[in-house]
Design a protein around this ligand. Structure first.
Ligand code: SF4
Ligand code: FES
Length: 268
């Protein structure tokens, strides 16, 4: 996965020789002016160069675009550009409002109309894209969906993340949650760190749940949503994700849909 830099086409060639099989390139928009503005740095041309070289090398190319109100109107052109680049997959990932995106939530929040227009554009283009070998993924953001996503497929259930220090986590953000103990490799085996670390056990399955999740028929499907989102928005990772319309705190998410700020705040 690359933002197109500092990777170079020469390094990409070298990695392909060593057996690299697939590359995901993030694009912020379909034109340099907008992409560079959203990225906060001139990078569009490098992104395109890496995407093109990936296809020339015969590697599987995924384009990933994080969508928000500054680029949702470009969805039809993103599909066309992905076809032109020879991508096999386009992930149109609506912004998840975590970390820095949460700081910028009011500047990134799309309107319902924008989302509906983009969704229709995807449906209209899907058959043509498939015929060109491109699979397009588009999922409504949880702030509008009324139900949360099963974050990471359920805490400690399907996936793990090993951070650069060797800490084994259920998701990228879990080390920010207070009071949870995770273990490191190689001090512990990966299996131990995955199965038995107290933090991994904390929200695994459904036994930890309180109401309304505890008695909800959806609990084995979404596993109560995202623990990190519950912590960021409510200060308590054990609460129902407020993206769920059954959460007593859902008004926080509903209210955020109407927040508006013009300026993005960049991390420097
Ligand atoms: Fe999922 Fe809990 Fe909402 Fe039920 S109440 S849909 S289990 S988040
Ligand atoms: Fe950590 Fe969702 S990002 S559980």
């Amino acid at each position: 996965m690359t933002a197109g830099r500092p990777l170079t086409t020469a390094r990409l060639d070298a990695m392909a020789e060593r057996g690299l099989r697939s590359v995901q390139v993030s694009l912020q928009a379909v034109d340099a002016e907008r992409s560079d503005r959203i990225a906060g740095t001139p990078s569009f041309d490098e992104k395109l160069a890496i995407a093109r070289r990936t296809s020339e090398l015969g590697l599987a190319l995924t384009i990933n675009t994080v969508l928000h109100r500054h680029n949702l109107d470009q969805v039809p052109r993103l599909i066309e550009l992905s076809i032109e680049l020879g991508a096999c997959r386009l992930e149109l990932a609506n912004t998840q409002f975590h970390n820095w995106a949460l700081r910028n939530r009011a500047a990134l929040m799309p309107s319902r109309e924008q989302l509906e227009t983009a969704s229709k554009a995807v449906q209209a283009a899907r058959a043509r894209a498939e015929a060109k070998g491109l699979t397009v993924l588009f999922v409504l953001p949880d702030y509008y969906a009324g139900r949360p996503k099963p974050c990471m497929g359920g805490w400690g259930r399907l996936a793990l993340v090993v951070d650069p220090t060797g800490l084994v986590l259920p998701c990228h953000e879990a080390s920010d949650l207070p009071g949870l103990e995770f273990w490191r490799v190689p001090e512990r085996t990966l299996e131990d760190a995955w199965r038995a670390a107290p933090g991994m056990q904390a929200y695994r399955g459904t036994a930890w749940m309180a109401e309304p999740c505890r008695s909800c028929p959806e609990r084995e499907r979404d596993f109560g949503g995202c623990r990190c989102q519950a912590f960021r928005l409510l200060g308590d990772a054990s609460k129902t994700d407020p993206a769920c319309s059954l959460s007593p705190d859902h008004a926080i998410v509903v209210g955020a849909r109407d927040e508006r700020e013009d300026e993005l705040v960049f991390r420097r």
